[in-house]
Design a protein around this ligand. Structure first.
Ligand SMILES: [Zn+2]
Length: 471
C-alpha cells in the first residue's frame, strides 16, 4: 500500500490527519486479517510548487528563503511535528517512509525511461510529459478524476511556462532551477529538480514494484497528482501502478470547506486545547479519532462542536464497555444455543461490514450493539449464563481487538492511572493542557519541538504575530 504523505513546509492540518487516520485503519485491518502489508508513505521535501501544478515557488524552498534557514531545517522541523501528531492520534508508522530528496537518482532514471518511450520531451532544460501522446495510445488521461480535456485546458491555461509546452495539459517531470530555487541537482537536461508528481511514481515503483495493490491519498490529490502519477507509470512501465485507488474525502468545519482566509479553520492543537471560536472546549485526541471513524472515509466529514460532544459520549461508552466485558464470567449454566449462536453471528458481522470497503461507521454501529449487550449482562438484565464460556472469551477478545487494534483507539484514562506507564505521548498531551492554561500564546508546535529536544523553544510574540511553525 502506497499513501501520499505530507509536504513538510508547515504544521500538519486537521484534514491531513483525517486522511492518515483513515489509512491507518485500513493498514491495521489488513494486518489483523493476516495480510503481510508493506505500507509506504512518503515525505515530500522538494518539488511541490505553490500552485500544485507547474506554477509558483517550491513550498519548502520558499519557507527556507523567507526564514533564512536551510531547506532541510524546514523539512526536519515539520517532519518531526508530523510524526508527533501521528503518535498523538495513535497512527502506526509506515514500514518505509521515503523522501523525495533521497530518491533523485531514481527519479532521473524514470525521466530517462519516459523520454526513451516517447512520452516526454525536453524544452530549455525542463522535461514535460506529453499528455496528447498518452491520449493517443491509451485514452486514459483524466480517467481517475473524471476530468475531460476541456476542463484540463481551462485549469492549465494561465500557468507559467505554457509556452514551453506542446499542449496546455502537459506537465513538468523535470524542472530547470531558477536562481531562487535552493535545492537542485545535476541531470542530463539541466541543473534542476523533479516535478512533484514524479517522486511518488519513482518511490512506489522502487519499494512496491510496477504493480501493487492499494494507492491512497487525500481526495484533493486525485487531480493533478494521481492522474499524473498514472500517466508517468504508463510512460515508464506501460501500465497504471495500482489495482485500487482510495481517496479519503474532505474534512469540513461547520458545513463549509476549511479556509484560512475566511477564518473557517481549526488546527489539531486548537482542537485539543479548545482555544478556538469554533469549539466550546478542548477534546482529547482519541475522541477526535473516534469522531473520524463515525463517517466512511470516502464521505465528507463535517466537524462541529455538537458532533464532537456526541463523539465524546460515544467514545466513553465504548471504552467503559471494554472494561466491563473483562469482568463478565460464565459457566454456561443456563446455556441457550440460539442466544449463543446469535451473539457469534453479530461478531462475524463486524468483519462483513469492514470487508465492504472498510466501512468503519457500520462496524462501529455493530460494536455499539455489542456494548448494549455487554451492559445488559453486567447489570443482570440478561443472564450471562446463557452464553458459553468459549463465546464469552471470543466476545472479550473481539472487543479488545476491534476497539484497540483495528480502530486504533486508546484508553488514555487507564494509561494515566499509573505514572510509570506514562509514555511520551501522554506526557506531551498533559504538557499541552497545562501550558495552554498557563501561557496562552505558547504554541503547541513549539512545545513539540521542545519535547523533541531538537530545537530551541520560541515564544510567540503576539504583538509581532510571529512564531515558528505557524504562518
Ligand atoms: Zn503522491
Amino acid at each position: 500500500m502506497y499513501v501520499c504523505g505530507p509536504t513538510v513546509y508547515s504544521d500538519v492540518h486537521l484534514g491531513n490527519c483525517r486522511t492518515f487516520v483513515s489509512f491507518d485503519i485500513i493498514y491495521r485491518y489488513l494486518i489483523q486479517l493476516g495480510y503481510k502489508v508493506r505500507y509506504v508513505r512518503n515525505i515530500t521535501d522538494v518539488g511541490h510548487l505553490e500552485g500544485d501544478a507547474d506554477e509558483g515557488e517550491d513550498k519548502v524552498s520558499k519557507k527556507a528563503r523567507l526564514e533564512k534557514v536551510e531547506p532541510m531545517e524546514v523539512v526536519q522541523r515539520y517532519m518531526n511535528g508530523f510524526h508527533s501528531m501521528m503518535t498523538i492520534f495513535n497512527a502506526l508508522p509506515p514500514n518505509i517512509e521515503p523522501r523525495a530528496t533521497g530518491h533523485i537518482i531514481e527519479q532521473i532514471e524514470m525521466v530517462k525511461a519516459i523520454l526513451a518511450n516517447g512520452y516526454a520531451y525536453e524544452r530549455n532544460g525542463s522535461v514535460y510529459f506529453n499528455t496528447q501522446k498518452l491520449v493517443e495510445t491509451h485514452e486514459v488521461y483524466g480517467k481517475l478524476s473524471g476530468k475531460i480535456m476541456d476542463d484540463l485546458l481551462n485549469e492549465s491555461r494561465n500557468l507559467k511556462n505554457q509556452d514551453e509546452k506542446e499542449h496546455p495539459s502537459d506537465f513538468a517531470i523535470w524542472i530547470k532551477a531558477d536562481e531562487r530555487h535552493l535545492m537542485h541537482w545535476p541531470s542530463p537536461w539541466s541543473e534542476g529538480f523533479p516535478g512533484w508528481h514524479l517522486e511518488c511514481s519513482a518511490m512506489s515503483t522502487k519499494y512496491l514494484g510496477t504493480t501493487f495493490d492499494i494507492h491512497g491519498g487525500g481526495y484533493d490529490l486525485k487531480f493533478p497528482h494521481h492522474e499524473n502519477e498514472i500517466a508517468q507509470n504508463i510512460g515508464c512501465c506501460g501500465h497504471s501502478p495500482a489495482k485500487y485507488w482510495l481517496h479519503a474525502n474532505m474534512l469540513l468545519l461547520n458545513g463549509r470547506k476549511m479556509s484560512k482566509s475566511d477564518g473557517n479553520t481549526i488546527s489539531p492543537q486548537q482542537l485539543f486545547t479548545g482555544e478556538s471560536p469554533h469549539v466550546t472546549r478542548g477534546y482529547a485526541p482519541m475522541v477526535i479519532r473516534f469522531f473520524m471513524l463515525q463517517t466512511h472515509y470516502r464521505s465528507t466529514l463535517d466537524l462541529t462542536d455538537e458532533a464532537l460532544q456526541g463523539a465524546e459520549k460515544g467514545f466513553k461508552r465504548l471504552i467503559e464497555a471494554t472494561r466491563h466485558v473483562k469482568t463478565l464470567v460464565t459457566q454456561g449454566n443456563s446455556y441457550d444455543l440460539a442466544t449463543d449462536t446469535e451473539l457469534l453471528g453479530v461478531l462475524d458481522s463486524l468483519y462483513k461490514e469492514m470487508n465492504d470497503d472498510f466501512n468503519s461507521p457500520k462496524a462501529l454501529a455493530i460494536l455499539f450493539d455489542l456494548v448494549t449487550r455487554i451492559n445488559s449482562f453486567k447489570d443482570g438484565h440478561t443472564d450471562i449464563q446463557q452464553i458459553s464460556p468459549a463465546t464469552l472469551i471470543r466476545l472479550q477478545q473481539e472487543i479488545s481487538r476491534w476497539v484497540f487494534d483495528i480502530l486504533g483507539l486508546r484508553d488514555d484514562e487507564a494509561a494515566e492511572g499509573g505514572t510509570d506507564k506514562l509514555d511520551g505521548v501522554m506526557q506531551l498531551l498533559i504538557d499541552i493542557r497545562q501550558q495552554s492554561r498557563a501561557k496562552k500564546d505558547y504554541s503547541v508546535s513549539d512545545l513539540m519541538r521542545d519535547r523533541l529536544g531538537k530545537l530551541k523553544i520560541v515564544l510567540k510574540d503576539s504583538k509581532e504575530g510571529t512564531t515558528w511553525g505557524n504562518e
